[in-house]
Write a protein that binds this ligand. Structure first.
Ligand SMILES: *[C@@H]1O[C@H](CO)[C@@H](O)[C@H](O)[C@H]1NC(C)=O
Ligand SMILES: *[C@@H]1O[C@H](CO)[C@@H](O)[C@H](O)[C@H]1NC(C)=O
Ligand SMILES: *[C@@H]1O[C@H](CO)[C@@H](O)[C@H](O)[C@H]1NC(C)=O
Ligand SMILES: *[C@@H]1O[C@H](CO)[C@@H](O)[C@H](O)[C@H]1NC(C)=O
Length: 261
């Protein structure tokens, strides 16, 4: 019970009655808007005027999974936690020699520096402008699947403004497909940050749905590996009846489930 309470606090839950969100984009899933950023930025915000904490979300497959495929999840999370969600995604395969984590770092730095103006520009919906303000001291960072590698690599270098971490089914490896065996977690070696972390795994992460493909989060390179490498306060939850792709909206979950449950 105490743990559950702490998790709610970790996610910034406030018991408000706000239950509506608005979403908008800076850029598009096909190409980013600004040369300074490498990803599309999608915002999901409560509509009730006020100041809200920020959670940066890096979508699965190093941002190749579109944030519009996480719409239900992001809307509900924004409402339940009274948080503005800022998702990074882009339809692009990893470029060499630019590691995804480098692209992620430069985009994150740019976004946090320009966040106030992103809430007050001509791309910002009228409903938001001069009514909704991001709180910038203390930002949460959240990633799904292979993006766990990129965001933990970011924290391996610097915490920046990040003071909370949420890893959903994190998978390690250089590329989302596991071709290159380059890892950021190497237990029992401990990562050099103490950021409070919530790890959420699904019970079916290690179950292949198709004999032609490995499971989406093979045990050896996923969840437990992160848990064992984190030395700060860490909560490790197992959503036993769920699969790796269940976080996605149905239109994307159904095709994804041909590859993994
Ligand atoms: C929000 O809550 C109000 C009152 O509780 C309800 O009437 C409304 O339908 C809810 N809206 C959504 C989108 O859930
Ligand atoms: C791109 O970012 C730079 C600052 O890094 C800014 O001066 C410029 O206005 C931005 N472009 C757009 C289209 O927002
Ligand atoms: C992580 O940071 C440590 C220093 O704290 C460094 O030695 C190591 O090379 C970094 N790992 C990667 C994969 O960059
Ligand atoms: C998580 O749940 C699944 C399904 O019940 C189980 O197979 C797996 O061992 C559990 N993992 C951990 C670390 O508890």
């Amino acid at each position: 019970m105490l743990k559950l309470l702490l998790i709610f606090i970790l996610l910034g839950l406030a018991f408000g009655s706000n239950n509506e969100t608005i979403s908008w984009n800076f850029g598009s899933f096909i190409r980013p808007k600004n040369k300074s950023i490498e990803f599309d930025i999608n915002f999901v915000s409560p509509t009730k005027s006020g100041q809200y904490p920020i959670t940066i979300f890096f979508t699965g497959l190093d941002g190749i999974a579109p944030s519009f495929g996480y719409k239900d999840f992001l809307n509900k999370l924004s409402i339940e936690t009274n948080t503005i969600l800022v998702s990074f995604d882009l339809l692009r395969f990893p470029k060499f020699p630019d590691k995804e984590e480098k692209l992620f770092k430069s985009s994150l730095d740019w976004t946090l520096e320009n966040l106030n103006s992103l809430f007050d520009s001509n791309t910002t919906p009228d409903l938001i402008r001069n009514r909704i303000y991001p709180i910038l001291n203390g930002v949460s960072l959240m990633g799904h699947s292979a993006s766990g590698h990129a965001i933990v690599s970011y924290l391996n270098e610097t915490c920046g403004k990040i003071d909370k971490l949420v890893l959903i089914d994190p998978v390690d490896g250089y590329d989302p497909f596991g071709f290159f065996k380059i890892y950021i977690t190497n237990p029992p070696v401990q990562l050099p940050f103490l950021t409070p972390t919530l790890i959420i795994r699904t019970g079916l992460d290690n179950v292949p749905s198709n004999p032609l493909f490995p499971p989406c989060a093979p045990e050896k390179v996923s969840n437990g590996r992160f848990y064992e490498s984190l030395s700060g306060p860490t909560w490790y939850l197992n959503f036993t009846q769920y699969g790796h792709a269940d976080i996605l909206d149905d239109f994307l979950r159904l095709p994804a489930s041909l590859i993994c449950i």
